[in-house]
Design a protein around this ligand. Structure first.
Ligand code: SAM
Length: 277
């Protein structure tokens, strides 16, 4: 690595509450040669609050390709660039991923000043198992693709989470009601903000509570992993049902598969439980 080469520093900024910024983030933003920001006007408020006067360069998804070349050139010539997004951790559903890869390819050091992130904030308050978990970013806008993904999520035995727009929330909740009906979900709206709302319930109940209300704000949805839970079916009930299906001529595997499909139970966990006796 050329000693004169600069570096890229990914700096996390608040997801709502302006106080959620680290001392190191403020220092890094003050000391950087440039701040690459998704929306310079939006980030201007943060910089003003913390008296940061570093020059900003705009980097958003519409100019990412052309600005990347300019930023790489600056870093190759010794500049330190701090990258921030409108909220949270840059690179997570925000510009940054491609720039990080380009820096690595060009032997430019990449560092991170960690901080707020909406997905992890939602995961830890959900009360669902925190590891392992899967994060899907935004669900596809097209209904058919969203439905296919939700059907896949229905079989996943660990916690899954994704970002959702307020305009699609009710439609997505009704799709979850259809594909993952009994499972608990945690809807996190406006995290860290004045009107923060955290609701843990089934999709059907959350949908009912939103009837006649306009959904506003930023949202993360967390879905509990598929497992054999008391609210769904107790183990003796599951065993009895499997036996019932076997009596109708199904094989044990077919019976387990059918019980899992009907009751949204994770297949491997029921299979393991019933075959370990
Ligand atoms: N980079 C950000 C991060 O680290 O979380 C995410 C950026 S992504 C473009 C914006 C989405 O994140 C929003 O549409 C929403 O789904 C989620 N989000 C951001 N802030 C949030 C908040 N305060 N409460 C709930 N969700 C939030």
């Amino acid at each position: 690595m050329n000693p004169k080469t600069g570096s890229l520093i990914l700096v996390a900024t608040p997801i709502g509450n302006l106080s959620d910024v680290s001392l190191r983030a403020i220092e890094t933003l003050r000391q950087a040669d440039y701040i690459a920001a998704e929306d310079t006007r939006h980030s201007g408020k943060l910089l003003k609050t913390y008296e940061i006067s570093t020059k900003m360069i705009s980097l958003h998804k519409f100019n990412e390709t052309e600005k990347r070349a300019q930023l790489l050139h600056l870093m190759q010539n010794g500049s330190t660039i701090a990258l921030i997004s409108d909220a949270g951790t840059p690179g997570i559903c925000d510009p940054g991923e491609d720039l990080v890869r380009a820096c690595i390819e060009q032997n430019i050091a990449v560092r991170s000043v960690p901080g707020a992130n909406a997905a992890l904030t939602a995961l830890v308050v959900s009360g669902f198992a925190t590891s392992p978990f899967s994060f899907y970013g935004f669900l596809p806008k097209k209904r058919a693709e969203r439905l296919t993904l939700l059907k896949t999520i229905a079989d996943i035995s660990h916690t899954t989470l994704f970002y959702e727009s307020p305009h699609r929330l009710l439609d997505t909740l009704s799709m979850i009601e259809e594909t993952i009906p009994r499972r608990r979900i945690c809807l996190c709206r406006e995290l860290t903000k004045l009107h923060e709302e955290i609701t843990r319930d089934t999709a059907a109940n959350i949908l009912a509570s939103y009837e006649k209300k306009t959904v506003k704000g930023e949202i993360v949805l967390v879905i509990e992993g598929a497992c054999l839970v008391e609210q769904t079916l107790t183990l003796p009930e599951a065993k009895a049902l499997v036996e019932e299906y076997i009596q109708t001529g199904m094989t044990k595997n077919e019976a387990i598969k059918e019980v899992c499909r009907r009751y949204q139970i994770h297949r491997q966990s029921l299979y393991r439980t019933l075959t370990s006796d």
